[in-house]
Structures are given as structure tokens and as C-alpha cells.
Design a protein around this ligand. Structure first.
Ligand SMILES: [Zn+2]
Length: 133
């Protein structure tokens, strides 16, 4: 099984594929599944800004697109080339709250600083499927 450091390294590899001509803010992410499979993602921007997809959503959508679900996911790493440690945006927090178990490690890094968090910490008291009858 790969270490947190290796999972962060894979996210930095993914970050090289970011398409960010507008923000010039590059994000990479990598989902690690319990069977050892990994799925990379990067942010993909669009001239119609609302059509942009963030790196962590690209990675988790890739995992789900290949049949994996929240109970199959061991961790996700999310990295940026920003000066500050990047954390998921509001839309991504909502998506991660549905597609990850709330205690699944989310490893954040910008190469100089690394922090491990989870959905419970990033989006407490979240709205979700349990609120729909
Ligand atoms: Zn986002």
C-alpha cells in the first residue's frame, strides 16, 4: 500500500496535467482505493468559468466512473502550487461530503506544508442524502 507521501507525489504528477489558462492556479489530486488502485485528477478550466472542474472532483469522479464507491476509498490527496495550503472550495466540499466517508483522510499539500483533514472537519453539519426523505 502506498504511503501518504507517495499519494501526495501522485497528486503532484496529476497537477502537471492541469488546464488552468485563466487562474494559473494548478491543482492535482489522487484517490487511493482499498485495493491499491489510484485515480488522478487535475483542474480543468473553461472560458465559460462555470464549466470549470476542480482537481479533486476530477479525481473522485474518475474513481466513481470506474465503479468505486465511498467504502472503497482509503484516502485522497489534493495539492496545489499556491503559496498557501489549498483547501477544497465550497462546491468540492459538498461533493466530497456525498462521495467520501466523512472520516476518510484528505491529505492537503502545497509542497512546503502538508495537513491531513476530512469531510467532518471541512464541512460540519452538512446537508446530504440523509436530509432527503
Ligand atoms: Zn473545488
Amino acid at each position: 500500500m502506498i504511503s501518504n507521501e507517495q499519494l501526495v507525489e501522485k497528486a503532484f504528477e496529476a497537477m502537471k496535467n492541469a488546464y488552468a489558462p485563466y487562474s494559473n492556479y494548478h491543482v492535482g489530486a489522487c484517490v487511493l482505493c482499498n485495493d491499491g488502485e489510484t485515480f488522478k485528477g487535475a483542474n480543468i478550466e473553461n472560458a465559460s468559468y462555470g464549466a470549470t472542474n476542480c482537481g479533486e472532483r476530477s479525481a473522485i469522479f474518475a474513481a466513481y466512473s470506474n465503479g468505486y464507491r465511498k467504502n472503497d476509498i482509503k484516502a485522497i490527496s489534493i495539492v496545489t502550487d499556491g503559496k498557501r495550503l489549498g483547501t477544497p472550495c465550497g462546491i468540492c466540499r459538498q461533493v466530497l461530503s456525498e462521495l467520501l466517508n466523512h472520516d476518510t483522510p484528505i491529505i492537503l499539500s502545497n509542497g512546503t506544508e502538508t495537513r491531513v483533514t476530512n469531510v467532518s472537519q471541512l464541512l460540519p453539519d452538512s446537508f446530504g442524502v440523509d436530509d432527503l426523505d
